[in-house]
Write a protein of this length. Structure first.
Length: 285
């Protein structure tokens, strides 16, 4: 099924949203829910939600939007795709695709170590062991050069970072306030290189929903997306997020400087746009 023609309406641009902050949704108690995504799945997907290991243990609205989009428009065109979900949490989007779309290869759902047990539990809960695999993927800067990343952030790379990723020296915050902040994050919380099994997979379809929620992690997320596109330059990233804070728009502006960013047509766009949700594809520029 083909998406509807793209709407030119300017009100659907997240950059046009006002400065008022969107409220965060209420946190749920641990439990198991099920959904058929408005009839798009013949057999409902069951998902255990548990926030004890982090906010990724809850189902968030962008995941529902992206899962419905993939089931509605890509049910039959992913047969030979190599699919990876980034920041999967409990695995909502990836498991929906594994259940409802025609996919021949093993689909990877990935997140940090804290989410691994929950991802594995939800795979077993839906009897998808032969179709989906949980893996640990920490957002990193393994292949993404610091100079390019700092340029995308609109700051100059301090001289002491030009050749190495060594621990930053003591520099007064007033000297390199914004640059030092991001450099510190990159050198102290830069995750790990892409795991061997993911590097070998060379995913050509990457799913990412509700990954925009913590501003200091934006450089790491951009770096990891860039790493994945370097593995397969023809890959497409399906990216859905909800605007909750003013800073969330900065992520999109930075992504537009690095990738080819395209608004993704969807018949539900008038509905989810009013809720501050946005759906794009990212591709190598």
């Amino acid at each position: 099924m083909l998406p509807p023609a793209r709407s030119p309406s300017p009100e659907f641009s997240p950059l046009a949203i006002g400065e008022d902050l969107s409220p965060l949704p209420a946190y749920k108690a641990a439990g198991t829910t099920s959904t058929d995504f408005s009839g798009l799945l013949a057999e409902p997907l069951r998902l255990h939600e548990d926030l004890s290991s982090g906010c990724g243990g809850q189902t968030w609205p962008a995941g529902m939007v992206l899962a419905k989009h993939m089931l509605r428009y890509h049910k039959d065109d992913l047969k030979e795709s190599r699919i990876l979900e980034l920041g999967a949490g409990g695995g909502l989007v990836g498991l929906a695709v594994a259940r409802g779309c025609t996919v021949e290869s093993l689909l990877f759902i990935t997140d940090q170590l804290e989410m691994h047990a929950l991802m594995e539990h939800n795979i077993e809960l839906n009897h998808l062991q032969g179709r989906a695999k949980a893996a640990i993927l920490n957002w990193s800067v393994s292949l993404f050069t610091l100079s390019t990343l700092f340029s995308s952030l609109g700051v100059s790379l301090p001289p002491y970072y030009k050749a190495t990723l060594l621990t930053p020296p003591a520099v007064p915050t007033r000297t390199y306030s914004r640059a030092t902040k991001y450099a510190y994050i990159l050198t102290h919380d830069r995750g790990e290189p892409l795991p061997e099994d993911i590097a070998a997979l060379k995913p050509d379809v990457i799913l990412a929903a509700d990954c925009v929620y913590f501003e200091p992690a934006f450089p790491l997320l951009l770096a990891t997306l860039s790493d994945l596109l370097k593995l397969c330059p023809s890959a497409t990233i399906y990216f859905c997020f909800k605007k909750r804070r003013r800073a969330d728009m900065q992520f999109l502006k930075k992504a537009q400087k690095i990738f080819k960013v395209t608004e993704t047509p969807d018949e539900d766009r008038p509905i989810f746009s009013r809720e501050g949700l946005f759906l794009y594809t990212f591709q190598a520029a």
